[in-house]
Design a protein around this ligand. Structure first.
Ligand SMILES: [Cu+2]
Length: 145
């Protein structure tokens, strides 16, 4: 009986130590700004497992106006940024769909097999009119927390 108790304590200590060793996620974020008051926030957490969880929140969209494509943009040169809109490579995120108040939130889980792009990156939300993936309507350069 005593042996089991000791084993249980050792197991708990082991799990706590492992959790501390693994640490928390690396966090990146972006403040999205656009014309017409379309703005928002993106949070990108990269977990010790290599998996990424991405939250994008946007407000100021036209109420109930359908789905909006959004991506993390990067490029081979590693100098992608909102101003230049030069991120010709993308990591796709879950579409944003504004509610009756023009607010939208989307969550994307990116598997560990996908490495976070090297160099600078930005989060871009695209117009859905007239094209499903139109020009940028709000954008934020990604920074490391
Ligand atoms: Cu895009």
């Amino acid at each position: 009986m005593k042996k089991i108790w000791i084993l249980a304590v050792l197991t708990i200590f082991g799990v706590v130590a492992l959790a501390q060793m693994m640490g928390g996620p690396d966090v990146r974020y972006a403040t999205l700004m656009g014309s017409d008051g379309i703005k928002g926030t993106a949070i990108i957490a990269t977990w010790p497992s290599g998996e990424h969880t991405v939250f994008v929140q946007v407000e100021g969209l036209k109420p109930s106006s359908g789905v909006y494509a959004n991506h993390i943009h990067y490029n081979a040169a590693g100098d992608a940024n909102c101003k230049a809109q030069n991120g010709d490579k993308i990591l796709g995120l879950t579409n944003l769909m504004p509610d009756a108040n023009g607010m939208a939130v989307a969550y994307t889980k990116v598997p560990a097999s996908v490495k976070y792009p090297a160099g600078t990156t930005y989060v871009n939300v695209h117009s859905n009119n007239p094209n499903p993936v139109g020009a940028s309507i709000t954008c934020g350069d990604v920074a490391m927390k």
